[in-house]
Design a protein around this ligand. Structure first.
Ligand code: ADP
Length: 366
């Protein structure tokens, strides 16, 4: 008996949580060393006094009622305070948040309540900081989005005017000045065309978040059909063979889902292997609560070290001379897929073709 008492005493004394026992009058009968540290009060001073002294004045009545009601339930143990953090009071008057469980036992006809209390000040501070960081991130992200939108939107107007006058210059003066001038005019027109495409793509990128439509049950087969129809000329001139699985209904913004298919299929055709007929297969597979789509090609492939980088804005692995493009397509796909709560990645090896995969969660539509 003695040994078991010593063991119990050791456990209580060495516990890192405060352990406080009160009798039915709510007078303290046990106060371990973690409680001494947490409440800044030696056990000799605490034992025999009312538990109230460790509870802020404004909360005392509620707390007393809580213990009394708990006594009436006859339940042996439960967490105190539900989802809310409880507030405790140190003997120096400082308040701090705690988490506590309360249990009751009856010994020799006397009911004893034991509270096991954990100081959660640090955790709260960390949670608050995390919440603050998250809201700052959201704010700076929104600001960046607005910036990209305004910049690209406002650049369109002067861009159009430069483009129009460059074309005018070319039409009216080509062959009338010297050959250098002709060449310069060509450079200007090419540069302007490229800049126009960049601005358009940047605008499309910044619109993903701000101008997306609601996600609703969407027949991905219809979306794909429309995209293939729009791309018909490009597909036919490349000689590409495009096949696809049966396509499911998913919860999506149809226009944006179409943009993803369109970008991935355009890339699959664009980055084709030399002397090879491009073959593209669009797969769709339900797995768990999401649908996994794949766009597989037999093109030039990608080395694993670039798997992440190609999804970043403006990142490309080739020069404009090798393959036309702005390096925004995959960044748009990534934003769209993430807006739908999904993921996008690539599986590939140089020369072995690429498969771009993305998931779209099914949401409540099943
Ligand atoms: P863009 O096509 O305008 O260059 P993207 O963002 O669509 O921009 O693609 C980024 C880069 O990823 C491409 O420049 C290319 O290097 C690589 N890439 C994308 N799709 C494929 C593909 N199907 N096969 C091989 N490389 C690809």
């Amino acid at each position: 008996l003695n040994e078991s008492r010593q063991r119990l005493h050791g456990i209580i004394a060495s516990a890192t949580d405060a352990i406080i026992t009160v009798d039915s009058e709510q007078l303290i009968t046990l106060f371990n060393s973690a409680a001494e540290k947490m409440f800044g009060c030696p056990a000799e001073a605490a034992i025999g006094s009312r538990l109230d002294r460790f509870i802020p004045l404004r909360l005392r009545d509620a707390h007393r009622g809580h213990i009394a009601r708990f006594g009436d339930t006859g339940v042996s143990a439960r967490a105190m305070g539900g989802q809310r953090a409880l507030i405790a009071l140190r003997s120096d008057g400082r308040e701090f948040p705690v988490e506590a469980t309360i249990s009751q036992i009856t010994v020799g006809g006397n009911r004893l309540f034991t509270a096991i209390i954990r100081d959660v000040t640090e955790r709260h501070r960390a949670e608050e900081e995390l919440a603050l960081r998250a809201s700052e991130l959201v704010r700076s992200n929104t600001e960046l989005e607005r910036f990209a939108y305004i910049a690209s939107h406002d650049l369109q107007e002067p861009m159009r005017s430069v483009s129009n006058f460059a074309q005018l210059l070319r039409r009216r003066y080509k062959g009338k000045l010297d050959s250098d001038a002709d060449e310069f005019i060509d450079f200007i027109t090419q540069g302007v065309e490229r800049m126009k495409k960049l601005i358009e793509d940047l605008l499309a990128y910044s619109r993903v978040g701000s101008q997306g439509a609601a996600l609703e049950p969407t027949r991905s087969g219809d979306v794909l059909g429309r995209v293939l129809e729009d791309m018909r000329a490009r597909i036919e001139s490349s000689g590409a063979i495009i096949t696809h699985d049966a396509m499911p209904v998913v919860r999506a913004d149809a226009t944006q889902l179409g943009q993803v298919f369109q970008n991935l299929i355009a890339n699959a055709v664009k980055f084709r292997g030399e002397g090879r007929t491009p073959k593209v297969h669009i797969s769709a597979m339900k797995s768990g609560n999401e649908c996994e789509f794949g766009v597989k090609d037999n093109g030039i492939g990608i080395s694993p070290e670039y798997f992440e980088r190609i999804f970043q804005i403006f990142q490309r692995l080739h020069t404009i001379e090798e393959y036309a493009g702005t390096g925004i397509g995959l960044a748009i796909c990534k934003r769209i897929v993430e807006r739908h709560g999904g993921r996008i990645w690539v599986e590939s090896a140089p020369g072995a073709g690429s498969t771009f995969k993305f998931t779209i969660p099914q949401g409540r539509t099943g």
